[in-house]
Ligand binder design. Structure first.
Ligand SMILES: C[S@@+](CC[C@H](N)C(=O)[O-])C[C@H]1O[C@@H](n2cnc3c(N)ncnc32)[C@H](O)[C@@H]1O
Length: 236
């Protein structure tokens, strides 16, 4: 059983960064004015120790739900939400500077089909109903290159098992990475959690998806000479 904090919600290690450089005044304003309204549940998850499930029809009506985990600056998420107005999106990102960047982009694009969980994906999985997610994106998850840190990677049972629970049968999981060892670990761990890798030939992992939008992390990886790989899985 997972350890619990005094109020009852699970306690979890998180090794990433939650804060970066000082926010610009406009970014602070987006957080103050927009985040609560755009959050799918309480912004302060300590305030929901019982992990009441999200009211998805209340958020998105009958629209299917797509999820982006660790959206960084939000460019791919905004692109997908603009392309797919008939889909409801939840993006999660614990790095508050990224959340502020996305809020600015949402204002600019005037989107109404996007909600933001400003925290760890595992907290979001706790409140998502089983089989509620029709597509999920995990784009350039933190590489944790040292071997002793591989267990911190997202493609571990601690993250993949609850992700598999909330995904609908037949739902697509897209993973992009520039780290060959991350590909290796994904191809072992993701199928163990109940997904099937759909690739039939090299083009399937070398060529991006037709509706792809390059992320900031990918642009940097390519500038530095690393090669993107695109893995598509389907929930069994
Ligand atoms: C290497 S960055 C890539 C960001 C973006 N997807 C891109 O491609 O530019 C990985 C992101 O995953 C986020 N992240 C790490 N652990 C996470 C978790 N448990 N839940 C949600 N996001 C997480 C980090 O905060 C970081 O922004």
């Amino acid at each position: 059983m997972e350890p619990t904090h005094p109020k009852g919600a699970p306690w979890r290690n998180f090794y990433g960064r939650r804060h970066g450089k000082t926010l610009r005044p406009a970014q602070q304003r987006y957080l103050d004015e927009d985040l609560e309204r755009l959050s799918p549940g309480p912004v302060d998850w300590e305030a929901n120790p019982d992990r009441d499930p999200l009211d998805l029809p209340g958020l998105f009506g009958a629209r299917p739900l797509w999820l982006e985990i660790g959206f960084g600056g939000g460019e791919h998420l905004v692109h997908q939400a603009s392309l797919n107005p008939d889909v409801g999106f939840i993006g999660c990102e614990p790095f508050i500077n990224g959340v502020a960047m996305l809020l600015g982009k949402i204002r600019e694009a005037g989107l109404d089909n996007l909600r933001i969980h400003p925290g760890d994906a595992r907290d979001l999985f706790d409140v998502l109903p089983d089989r509620s997610v029709a597509k999920a994106f995990l784009l350039y998850p933190d590489p944790w290159p040292k071997k002793k840190h591989h267990r911190r990677r997202f493609v571990t049972p601690e993250h993949l098992e609850p992700l598999a629970r909330v995904m609908a049968p037949g739902a697509e999981l897209r993973i992009a990475t520039d780290i060959p060892d991350y590909v290796r670990q994904s191809l072992i761990e993701v199928p163990k959690a109940g997904f099937r890798w759909t690739a039939e030939g090299p083009a399937d992992w070398r060529v991006p998806w037709p509706d792809w939008h390059r992320t900031r992390y990918e642009a940097k990886a390519v500038r530095e000479g690393r090669v993107p790989q695109y893995l598509t899985f389907v929930r069994a």
